[in-house]
Design a protein. Sequence first.
Length: 154
Amino acid sequence: MQKIVNTKTIEIEVYQAYDGTIFKEEDECIKYEETARAVIEKAFRGIMVDKEPFTECQIWENFGYGSEEYEMAVIDIKDESDLEIANKYYAYHKANNLIGKEYIGKRVLVSIGYCYDGIKYTEPYPRTKEDLIKQFEKDINKFFEPKINDKEDK
């Protein structure tokens, strides 16, 4: 008796939408890419600096915290059109707060949130690099200059 092992390779053609969603049928993929959700997501990615979100722990890892499941992005709000794109994205995802006009002309760190089953749960929490630096300085001053911070908090 001789043992014979057969290896079979099956190739299945699938279609991938711009956001990574896989479809078995080309027309399903095309329909999906024309939906409001897909159009909003694509426009939002267009104003993202890196075009892909990153995990919270990537930006905060040097400070010892952050989640590997919570996503963030830096967006470039060059004009009112970019602000509108960002706010449509957050409105679509049912955020209670939107990004204000004071962020026009700035690069802003925003929260994308926890992404489970394609549903995002978050508020934008926009912060410029300068905002982050000020907050960090305030947070560390509590340890380096506690008496000064006691006066500021009162």
